[in-house]
Design a protein. Structure first.
Length: 158
C-alpha cells in the first residue's frame, strides 16, 4: 500500500509539472487578442496631442453638429408664418398654432404618429417634423397673441 501511494504521488507530480512545463514552453504562442499588438505599430498606432489638436482645428471638433441639434426659442408674431426647411423640427410651447402647407400634404406629428394637414390645429408640446421645405406653422386666426415655439433646424418668418 505504501508503494501504491508513492507511485500515485509521483504520477500526480509528473502530470502537474509536465502541464506547467508545456504551458511555459508554449507561452509565446498563446497570447490574448490585444496583447499581440505592439504600441506604435500599424495595429496600435500612437497619436500625439499635437496631431489631435490639428484635426480638431481642421474639422471644428464636431461643434457644428452640436449646434445643429440645438433647440432655439422662437417667437412667431400674430398673423405671421414660420416656414421651415426640410427636416426641421418644431415644438409649440405656448399659443394656438395651425399647420401651413402650400399643397394638400401636411406635417408629421411625431408625438401622436399622425399627419397634420393644412389648417389643422397643432397641439402644444408635440414634436412636429417638416418633411419638405415650404411648410410651416402660423397662429390660429382666432388667436390674437404670438406663438412661442422651440425650433431645431432652419426656418424663416414671413
Amino acid at each position: 500500500m505504501n508503494k501504491k501511494w508513492i507511485a500515485r504521488l509521483a504520477l500526480g507530480a509528473l502530470l502537474v509539472f509536465g502541464g506547467f512545463g508545456i504551458g511555459y514552453l508554449n507561452a509565446n504562442t498563446i497570447e490574448a487578442d490585444g496583447a499581440a499588438a505592439v504600441p506604435g505599430s500599424v495595429e496600435d498606432p500612437v497619436v500625439t496631442k499635437s496631431y489631435v489638436d490639428k484635426l480638431v482645428a481642421q474639422g471644428g471638433g464636431g461643434a457644428s453638429e452640436q449646434e445643429s441639434n440645438k433647440l432655439t426659442v422662437v417667437t412667431v408674431p400674430n398673423a405671421k408664418t414660420l416656414i421651415a426647411a426640410e427636416g426641421t423640427e418644431v415644438i409649440v410651447r405656448s399659443g394656438k398654432a395651425v399647420a401651413y402647407s402650400p399643397d394638400a400634404n401636411g406635417l408629421a406629428d411625431l408625438t401622436d404618429g399622425k399627419d397634420v394637414f393644412k389648417g389643422a390645429p397643432i397641439p402644444a408640446n408635440h414634436l412636429i417634423l417638416f418633411p419638405r421645405a415650404g411648410r410651416g406653422i402660423t397662429t390660429d386666426p382666432a388667436f390674437t397673441k404670438s406663438l412661442t415655439v422651440l425650433v431645431r433646424g432652419s426656418y424663416s418668418i414671413q
